[in-house]
Write a new protein. Structure first.
Lengths: 284, 112
């Protein structure tokens, strides 16, 4: 890590080496986001057109949606945006510890959002009988929110790769196994995250089905091995988070983190529009 | 809304220091706006008033995120121009589609 004295010497908003003054990576990301605006604009307008002119037999969206759950996931995504902004701010000051903590919190909030979406989709299909094929509401709704959810999942994977990238050793000759170590780090992290999400969803189901005390006991008996695996995964991740060598990740890598941050915030602003256009306007 | 992008190193450093507070304050404002939006849909206001208020609040949240969290306020104006080209094209497409399919002759025959 570079010293704090060196922090703040790079101008993160102006690159004199390019003709535009904007770093090329940032320019590329803004162009991509501009194109993605058109992509989501078409998906949202398709949904709205069929909501304004629903074919006969279309279920009432108000009876299907759960505004409480959606409000919670909206709040979570907003907080993940805050964490992402703090992560960019941290790396611009070469504060690696703060960067990693902020990235982990962003990943955590992103996983909660995805978990809420999995729970919501599950509830819609199994209990409200709204599938992607049985009504035009289901088709446009699942296509739109599913595409957004895919963007979130890609963002979580990117965040995870950036987190692991921050452990790349400065002197790679002295650590020939760094690449395998980082691949292992990614695999363990993905496994632990998926297992954690599965455990939380199954625990919620068990509590809903059996009540708090007996639900917790039934869950503990049925998923004991998964809980142990989760604890082992978390332990391995904590060990891998202490590399014990100097790493090659500092203020010079801020542009990579900022690019990822732009993508993550874009996912957030798309959800801001979806939350109002798809959910809230159904309730007025 | 873009501030001068090429500040002095000292000014740049002070700006980085103050961003932390700005980000936290903006996140709190966004959370409050979201809360207000949710409460509003349960209030007995006129349909048109609710529609426009929710749309404006959503736009305010959108602008806060792109200008503060996405640093457009501090970046070169070119970034703002590029993004708004995509945004206007996307928004224009939405508006055009809604107008086209909202016209009486375009309403699906099976629509209720």
């Amino acid at each position: 890590m570079s010293s704090n004295a060196a922090a703040g010497t790079i101008d993160h908003h102006f690159d004199p080496t390019t003709s535009t003054g904007v770093p090329n990576k940032k320019l590329l990301m803004w162009l991509f986001l501009a194109s993605d605006c058109m992509f989501f604009g078409c998906l949202i307008s398709t949904h709205l057109i069929y909501r304004l002119h629903p074919p006969p037999g279309t279920p009432a969206a108000k009876d299907v949606f759960s505004i409480e759950l959606t409000s919670f996931s909206t709040f979570i995504l907003l907080m993940s945006s805050l964490m992402m902004a703090l992560a960019v701010n941290a790396i611009q000051k070469s504060n690696l510890k703060s960067l990693r903590a902020s990235l982990l919190m962003t990943i955590f909030f992103g996983c909660i959002f995805l978990g809420c979406q999995v729970y919501e989709f599950n509830n819609f299909v199994l209990e409200k009988h709204l599938t992607i094929t049985n009504s035009i509401l289901g088709t446009t709704f699942f296509t739109l929110t599913g595409t957004h959810g895919t963007h979130v999942a890609v963002g979580v994977l990117w965040l995870l790769l950036m987190y692991v990238r921050s452990f790349q050793p400065r002197e790679m000759d002295k650590h020939p196994w760094w690449f395998i170590r980082n691949v292992f780090h990614v695999v363990v992290a993905i496994g632990t995250i998926l297992l954690g999400m599965n455990v939380v969803i199954e625990c919620t189901r068990s509590l809903q089905a059996h009540g708090f005390a007996s639900g917790l006991a039934a869950f503990g008996q049925a998923y004991f091995l998964r809980l142990v695996a989760l604890a082992v995964g978390a332990g391995v991740l904590m060990r891998l988070a202490r590399p014990g060598y100097a790493v090659a990740f500092d203020e010079k890598n801020a542009i990579d983190v900022e690019m990822m941050g732009l993508y993550w915030h874009f996912v957030d602003i798309v959800w801001i529009v979806i939350f109002t256009a798809v959910y809230l306007l159904e309730y007025i | 809304m873009s501030a001068p992008a090429h500040a002095s190193p000292a000014g740049e450093h002070a700006l980085e220091e103050s961003k932390f507070q700005i980000f936290v304050q903006i996140a709190m404002i966004l959370a409050v706006i979201t809360g207000v939006e949710i409460i509003m849909v349960y209030m007995p206001f006129a349909h048109a008033f609710l529609f426009w208020t929710l749309s404006i609040l959503s736009a305010v949240k959108f602008l806060f995120v792109i200008f503060i969290f996405m640093h457009l306020r501090w970046d070169r104006p070119l970034c703002t121009v590029i993004f708004f080209i995509g945004l206007i094209l996307g928004g224009g497409t939405m508006w055009a589609l809604l107008q086209l399919f909202g016209a009486q002759a375009s309403v699906p025959l099976s629509a209720g």
